[in-house]
Design a binder for this molecule. Structure first.
Ligand SMILES: [Zn+2]
Length: 100
């Protein structure tokens, strides 16, 4: 049978999950712009498709959305320079929460 099995992918060194078109690294790198609506529809497509399949990235999306809303609200008034650092620190803690 001439099935399309990813034998070649298995030979490549790496721990990337079986995803096509868009991987976690790419999706997360564009999450912020995606949420801000700064990405084109053609760029949003593969990322949204990945978010629909990847629970981890979807969780990050939700975190980013909350942070984005918090930042936007803070920006309405005089936002201290340390605010961004505080948010980034909180976001980093979420990453270091799990130990694999
Ligand atoms: Zn992912």
């Amino acid at each position: 049978m001439d099935g399309l099995l990813g034998d070649r992918d298995a030979a490549r060194a790496g721990e990337s999950p079986a995803s096509q078109g868009c991987d976690c690294e790419h999706a997360r790198a564009n999450l912020e712009e995606l949420i801000r609506g700064e990405l084109r529809d053609t760029d949003c497509g593969p990322i949204r498709a990945h978010l629909a399949e990847c629970t981890e990235c979807r969780n990050e999306q939700q975190v980013f959305e909350k942070l984005t809303v918090a930042v936007q609200r803070a920006c309405e008034g005089p936002a201290p320079a340390s605010l961004r650092e505080t948010i980034l620190a909180t976001f980093t803690q979420l990453h270091t929460g799990s130990d694999g």
